[in-house]
Design a protein around this ligand. Structure first.
Ligand SMILES: *Cc1c(COP(=O)(O)O)cnc(C)c1O
Length: 405
């Protein structure tokens, strides 16, 4: 092939989403190739030996490397502005690998309390079984972070915006406190995606994704990723992944890779609709409270706008009338589906108190601000006018049902 002119040195995010990490084979395929293979062959025994010695650049086995997976990792790393990335089979495999690769018995983890349920379980239940101490703080309260990090810690794990109340944690302030305590700062950036928030720019060391959410974005498969400095990824994370096997299927990595291509346009449309819906809900008398980081009445709106470029795709709101009102409203929706997933092209609604946050119990729910009337809406790609009509109709139906009782 003749040499083509070199493209722009610093492409914008939408360009990176389409072209980052692209490695065409000698066939010159337009679309990224799917290398659905578990292993690789060598030209001769010496090449195999050199590969295992790390002296030859050759794939060995898809548990620790695959060309399709590499394209996904490099595209996501370029979008995140991270030096390196490793993809995993799910978001939880990513969280588990990042923590277990970093920690050992006697270490201490400080985490925000408002974590995804399984992340909370790893920190509160799994890690202590191996002699790793865990401390939870209210992520929005810097005084609690300061107190918890006044003695040494090995890792900090936090989620911002958090699920389902969309609390915002000050990344820069917590990273500074964590580094003084000797901790590696890990951020679960699922709700923001690399397009709305880049934690590394605020001092985080590791960023974790569930690709199952916005990155696939069409509800097809599970996947995850861990991003950070090349040295940490290669020397700390990669041996753990290589030997314990949370590898992503090349097929799922290919879906995620293609998902990234449309992430900027999907996210822009979803955020625009979410903002419109948040404003519409705030004007409804049946809605007691709307939680959306993009609205000026969000308790941490200023902080959200400092570290995020938009309010996100999820809107949470509290219905006056508790669980009964929430159930009546959800059951009256004709378009929006009831599901615990998020980040999908299809708008999905969930009642956290009886599903995703059922197991943590009423006391912990109260502490996290998850009331019985709280509903979480993941805004999808349908026409926002249809979504608003569906929401209005369901709010009215719920009111009528109540009046008739
Ligand atoms: C979904 C999710 C996870 C877990 O990801 P899976 O792909 O389901 O394993 C972790 N953190 C957050 C914030 C999530 O929303």
């Amino acid at each position: 092939m003749t040499d083509r002119p070199r493209p722009a040195a610093a492409p914008r995010a939408a360009t990176t989403a389409v072209r980052g990490g692209l490695a065409r084979s000698h066939h010159g395929e337009t679309c990224e190739a799917l290398y659905l293979t578990s292993g690789f062959v060598y030209d001769d025994a010496a090449q195999a030996e050199a590969t295992f010695l790390g002296e030859a650049d050759h794939y060995q086995y898809s548990r620790f490397g695959n060309p399709t997976v590499t394209m996904f990792e490099q595209r996501l790393a370029a979008l995140e502005g991270a030096e390196a990335c490793r993809a995993t089979a799910s978001g939880m495999a990513a969280v588990n690998a990042a923590l277990l690769a970093q920690l050992k018995a006697g270490d201490r983890v400080v985490a925000s309390r408002a974590l995804f349920g399984s992340c909370h379980w790893i920190v509160s239940t799994l890690l202590p079984k191996f002699g790793i101490e865990s401390t939870f703080v209210d992520g929005t309260d810097l005084a609690q972070w300061r107190a918890a990090l006044s003695r040494p810690a090995s890792a900090v794990l936090l989620e911002t915006p958090s699920n389902p109340c969309l609390d915002i944690i000050d990344l820069e302030a917590v990273a500074a406190l964590a580094h003084d305590a000797g901790a590696v700062v890990m951020v679960d950036n699922v709700f923001a995606t690399p397009l709305l928030q880049r934690p590394l720019a605020f001092g985080a060391d590791v960023v974790i994704y569930s690709g199952t959410k916005h990155i696939d974005g069409q509800g097809r498969c599970l996947g995850g990723a861990v991003l950070g400095r090349r040295r940490w990824i290669e020397e700390t994370l990669q041996p753990f992944i290589r030997n314990t096997g949370p590898a992503i299927s090349p097929f799922n990595a290919w879906i995620m890779l293609k998902g990234l291509e449309t992430l900027p346009v999907r996210l822009e449309a979803m955020c625009r609709s979410a903002a419109e819906i948040a404003d519409m809900l705030a004007a409804e008398p049946a809605v007691a409270r709307v939680l959306y980081p993009g609205r000026a009445d969000h308790p941490q709106h200023a902080l959200a706008m400092r570290q995020m470029s938009a309010g996100g795709t999820v809107v949470s709101f509290e219905l006056a009338g508790g669980k009964e009102a929430a159930f009546r409203f959800m059951d009256a929706l004709g378009l929006i589906d009831i599901s615990n997933n998020l980040g999908d092209a299809k708008s999905l609604v969930t009642h956290p108190a009886t599903t995703t946050h059922m197991r943590i119990g009423p006391a912990e729910r109260a502490r996290l601000g998850i009331g019985d009337g709280l509903v979480r809406l993941s805004v999808g790609l349908e026409d926002v006018r249809d979504l608003i009509e569906d929401l209005r109709r369901a709010l009215a139906a719920a009111r009528l049902a109540r009046a008739a009782e």
